[in-house]
Design a protein around this ligand. Structure first.
Ligand code: KIV
Length: 294
């Protein structure tokens, strides 16, 4: 019997996600980097919230995800977790927070889970990260993998390009995905690979695949919320569908506010606090007395 009342939606669990393949409905994941956005995407009913290191670019203004620090991630993850969402919260581990030693990887993942409150962490890489994922899972940390285009090491992949188009590259991505599953990850992101290759990988794995620029054959989809909402203006990847254009709306609203302040149209009576007339009168008299004494 469920311990939840009618009004309380049960929070998603790692087990729910792991078993998702049996469900016909695709998993829905979106990113959030702060409290307000986490509340909004959760209210929209997403299954997973990713506090991606993409937040370093779209929210903190770095030009790539490479400079993102553990402190940046802890700040964003803590803010998202304060929203106490029904969706599971996955924290991206930033570049070089998990590659140096497995001990360091476990310690940093532990900070994102114990200190900031994430449910799981995500790391980039396949075969090369097998040992790290295995050690983290052994330590009780739920891990999501990420293969294909891995933005933290995009430079060594030839830039932000579709991956897995040659036979050798496609084979390598399959091996990477299988290594992630074999190491104990509960799900995996496939980024910027051909749709048919995602289909092959999704068919071979028992854990759910979540695609971004990987076509419709994955078990779920993820996008960066700032791209979905038209909040990030610097560029728009081919695989993004915009559902709103918020940037011009924000500019317009802020312009109207500025105009109202400059013309004295804001604040109006309804935004203003009053004081009892008698108290005001007494105050004026007291101040007058002090002024005349001096
Ligand atoms: O950081 C991020 O938002 C991601 C997604 C692109 C999957 O890793």
């Amino acid at each position: 019997m469920s311990v939840h009342t009618e009004s309380q939606k049960p929070r998603r669990t790692i087990l729910d996600i792991q078993n998702w393949k049996k469900d016909a409905q695709p998993l829905v994941m979106l990113t959030a980097y702060d409290f307000a956005m986490a509340q909004a995407v959760d209210e929209a009913g997403v299954d997973l919230i990713l506090v991606g290191d993409s937040g370093g670019m779209v929210s903190l203004g770095y030009s790539t995800t490479v400079p993102v620090t553990m402190e940046d991630m802890l700040f964003m993850v803590t803010s998202v977790c304060r929203a106490k969402t029904n969706a599971l919260v996955i924290a991206d581990m930033p570049y070089l927070s998990y590659e140096i030693t497995t001990e360091e990887a476990i310690r940093n993942a532990g900070r994102l889970i114990k200190t900031a409150g994430a449910d799981a962490v995500k790391i980039e890489g396949g075969v090369k990260r097998h040992e790290t994922i295995q050690a983290m899972v052994k330590a009780g940390i739920p891990v999501m993998g990420h293969v294909g285009l891995t933005p933290q090491t995009a430079q060594s992949l030839g830039g932000f390009k579709v991956q897995g188009k040659s036979l050798a590259a496609a084979r390598d991505i399959i091996l990477d995905a299988e290594a992630v599953q074999d190491a104990g990850a509960f799900s995996i992101v496939l980024e910027a690979i051909p749709a048919a290759l995602s289909g092959v990988i999704t068919g071979r794995l028992n854990i759910p695949t979540i695609g971004i620029g990987a076509g419709p054959k994955c078990d779920g989809q993820v996008l960066v919320t700032h791209d979905v909402l038209g909040l990030f203006q610097n560029f728009k990847p081919k695989f993004v569908r915009r559902y709103a254009e918020l940037h011009p709306l924000i500019v317009k609203a802020c312009q109207e506010y500025g105009e109202d302040v400059r013309t004295g149209n804001f604040p109006a009576a309804e935004h203003t606090f009053s004081i009892d007339e008698k108290i005001l009168q007494q105050l004026v008299e007291e101040l007058d007395k002090i002024t005349t004494q001096n």
